[in-house]
Design a binder for this molecule. Structure first.
Ligand SMILES: Cc1ncc(COP(=O)(O)O)c(C=O)c1O
Length: 367
């Protein structure tokens, strides 16, 4: 397998630790261990009692039960705990695809969601999300794009980087269309719980046997450093991943699984706090963009904590993002990491003070 450079990760490696104001990431303000003691039922004695046994391949019983209760109607046989959703994505691609398979992916898209298939030698087709449509994908595009040759469709709603999402009836139509051609539907739900005006969309694997969904603690839960995520799929599909995992990570740490379980059980509290913060930041950012319409415009994100604004006046956005990081210590991600060079990914999930400092820096260089 030949992997291309992961452009976003390269950018983060260069600047994530070298900047003070992060308005480029797709996460929320992160929680500390102290926060977890306060907000979940976790106690210090629980951690002291952990014995570092191996855990089970699909995840320890308590962790899987908490996961199934929150997302899979309690059905433990359909859930797997993973080392971030990055691992889930890798298992899905390596476990279900072969060279030559046709895979339909969104454009723009988080690179890992298509690059593993590409490295396996699959043929990629792209479902465009257009600026002129506010990045809303057109269902009618699927008339030509989805065929009996389509092995897998990979989507992510709410979407990184645009914040666009689809309506519940469109999700149902997408599932119906995948069923018609017998394609797998891979649903990256990294931002599922971060929605502003509509309820969270249902989990596709609960209604379609060839659907798989991924989730993560790295976004809405504010725990990216815990490195934990999940996959929901039919038990026979998860069985294939068990065989693959024997050659990669074997299982997670019981320590991580305990924190995962407790944080999931307190999920409404953890996610609720950050969703409210992001809602306020989104309004603030919308006002700021309107006030600076001489150099920037955007489509208001319906979910997630990133937007994908377009800079005007022929600005070299990548050069500008380098300058912003080096001169102002502000992290913004150039749209070139997603193949859209006039845009940048602007994250509003962090603290309001950090967002304001980052926006002031942009205005001081462009205003
Ligand atoms: C859309 C999307 N999916 C998956 C991931 C991977 O997350 P993790 O491996 O931290 O769970 C990210 C991280 O940025 C993402 O933006």
């Amino acid at each position: 397998m030949k992997f291309k450079k992961a452009l976003l990760e390269e950018w983060m490696r260069d600047y994530y630790f070298e900047t003070d104001y992060d308005i480029g990431s797709s996460g929320v303000e992160n929680y500390s261990m102290t926060d977890l003691y306060e907000l979940t039922g976790l106690r210090r004695e629980d951690l002291d009692a952990v014995v570092f046994h191996d855990s089970m391949t699909l995840g320890g019983d308590a962790a899987r039960q908490a996961l199934a209760d929150r997302f899979a109607g309690g059905d433990v046989s359909r859930v797997m705990v993973t080392h971030g959703s990055t691992e889930a994505n890798f298992l899905i691609n390596a476990g279900l695809l072969e060279a030559g398979d046709e895979v339909l992916v969104l454009d723009p898209f988080y690179q890992q969601l298509y690059a593993v298939a590409e490295a396996l030698g699959c043929r990629l087709k792209r479902w465009p999300m257009r600026w002129e449509d506010g990045f809303q994908p057109r269902m009618e595009d699927l008339d030509d794009l989805l065929t009996p040759d389509t092995k897998m469709v990979v989507v992510n709603f709410p979407h990184n980087p645009t914040g666009a999402t689809i309506a519940a009836d469109e999700q149902a139509e997408l599932i119906r269309r995948c069923d018609q051609v017998g394609a797998y539907l891979v649903w990256d739900g990294a931002f599922s719980e971060l929605v502003y005006d509509t309820p969270m969309l249902p989990e596709p694997p609960l209604v379609y046997e060839r659907a798989l969904s991924m989730g993560t603690f790295s976004k809405a839960y504010g725990l990216p450093g815990l490195r934990v995520g999940w996959c929901i799929a039919a038990p026979e599909v998860l069985e294939k991943f068990v065989r693959l995992r024997d050659y990669t990570l074997l299982h997670l740490s019981p320590l991580v699984e305990l924190i995962f379980q407790k944080a999931l059980e307190a999920g409404d509290v953890l996610v609720g706090k950050r969703l409210e913060q992001a809602r306020g930041n989104r309004a603030l950012l919308d006002g700021w963009i309107r006030a600076h319409s001489d150099f920037i415009e955007w489509a208001l994100p319906a979910g997630g904590v990133t937007g994908f604004p377009r800079f005007k006046n022929g600005l070299d956005v990548e050069a500008f993002c380098h300058r912003l990081a080096q001169e102002k210590r502000v992290l913004l991600v150039p749209g070139s990491c997603f193949g859209f060079p006039e845009h940048a990914r602007l994250g509003f999930g962090g603290s309001t003070a950090e967002l304001e400092a980052g926006l002031d820096a942009i205005a001081s260089l462009l205003g």
